[in-house]
Design a binder for this molecule. Structure first.
Ligand code: SF4
Length: 312
């Protein structure tokens, strides 16, 4: 025991516990509010839906399930939840953890056992990354399971930071301005996939998961490294955020505030049809402004020479 702890008075211990409880309650409220807002904004869940909540045993999916169960109880609509875990037969997967947890919660659940681990080992040459085949197999099994259990929505635990990482991955390595949508129709056209944590930050989820003491299952059982390029982008974003607080939030706001006429995609905007008008136009360009005047919110940019609030 350290000196400080040894000398702490009962009053100071009580006060520190109250503070912890207060900040946990605030965090919980924020996460619940963000999930509720995402569900509302994107029409993720409707009356009568059966939501298949994909549970990997990581912090994100536990948090998603926890919050959806809370919202189910207070929502003005009725929807059902079925938690689904895919046991991919990775060595050392602790099979008992999720069934015990879900039974204690009293939630409907299904554990799907499919040995994708062996398939991936068999098909992917040694030294090559296994994630892409593994994810494709997992996706197919989850879609099939959704149909089997009659689910109308499939909920995945991706959050705001996953969405931003995907945006940069696609820009840096795919030459596309494309992120991870909060709601989409699955590849086979048969399922609707939702991401209720779309507005939640990874930091909040991590704190919540630690405080809630979810029985986390490690995600490296397959022995494969998490996608290296994604890791690099994660580090880049974390570094930016340290040096320029607020940048992540600003970038995420940008994802919700797109001006197709000011990008360069001729399929998205009919540039050929542009013509003059009698008066000012919405979203008109300030055509000859310096490109260095970059920030509409006044937030600094690494390369900017001058910061100007264009809204002033
Ligand atoms: S890290 Fe392992 S379990 Fe995860 S997608 Fe890659 S191969 Fe599959």
């Amino acid at each position: 025991m350290n000196q400080q702890a040894a000398s702490a008075s009962p009053q100071s211990i009580h006060s520190s516990k109250s503070k912890q409880k207060y900040s946990f309650n605030k965090l919980q409220k924020r996460l619940r509010r963000n999930v509720g807002k995402a569900i509302e904004d994107f029409g993720m869940i409707a009356d009568g839906d059966k939501v298949m909540v994909c549970l990997s045993g990581g912090k994100d999916s536990y948090t998603m399930l926890d919050i959806l169960l809370f919202l189910k109880n207070i929502a003005p609509i009725h929807f059902d939840i079925v938690a689904v875990n895919l046991d991919q037969k990775q060595p050392g997967f602790p099979e008992h953890v999720l069934p015990e947890y879900l039974q204690n919660l009293g939630v409907d659940y299904k554990i799907v056992e499919e040995d994708t681990y062996s398939i991936v080992l068999d098909k992917v040459p040694e030294g090559k990354t296994t994630c892409s085949l593994c994810s494709r197999l997992r996706r197919g099994i989850l879609y099939r399971t959704a149909k089997e259990i009659g689910a109308t929505k499939i909920a995945l635990g991706h959050h705001r930071d996953d969405m931003l990482e995907t945006l940069f991955l696609n820009m840096f390595h795919g030459g596309k301005l494309k992120s991870m949508p909060p709601k989409l129709v699955s590849d086979d056209g048969q399922n609707i996939v939702i991401r209720p944590l779309a507005y939640c930050s990874e930091k909040d989820i991590e704190k919540y998961s630690n405080a809630a003491e979810f029985p986390i299952i490690p995600c490296n059982l397959c022995g494969s490294q998490e996608n290296l390029q994604r890791q690099n982008i994660k580090h880049m974003l974390q570094d930016w955020n340290k040096r320029f607080p607020g940048r992540i939030e600003s970038m995420f706001r940008a994802l919700q505030n797109v001006t197709p006429s000011h990008l360069v995609d001729k399929n998205l905007y009919d540039f050929k049809a542009i013509a003059t008008t009698d008066g000012p136009v919405d979203d008109g360009d300030i055509a000859f402004d310096s490109p260095n005047f970059t920030s509409a919110s006044g937030i600094d940019d690494e390369n900017s020479v001058q910061i100007v609030n264009l809204t002033e």
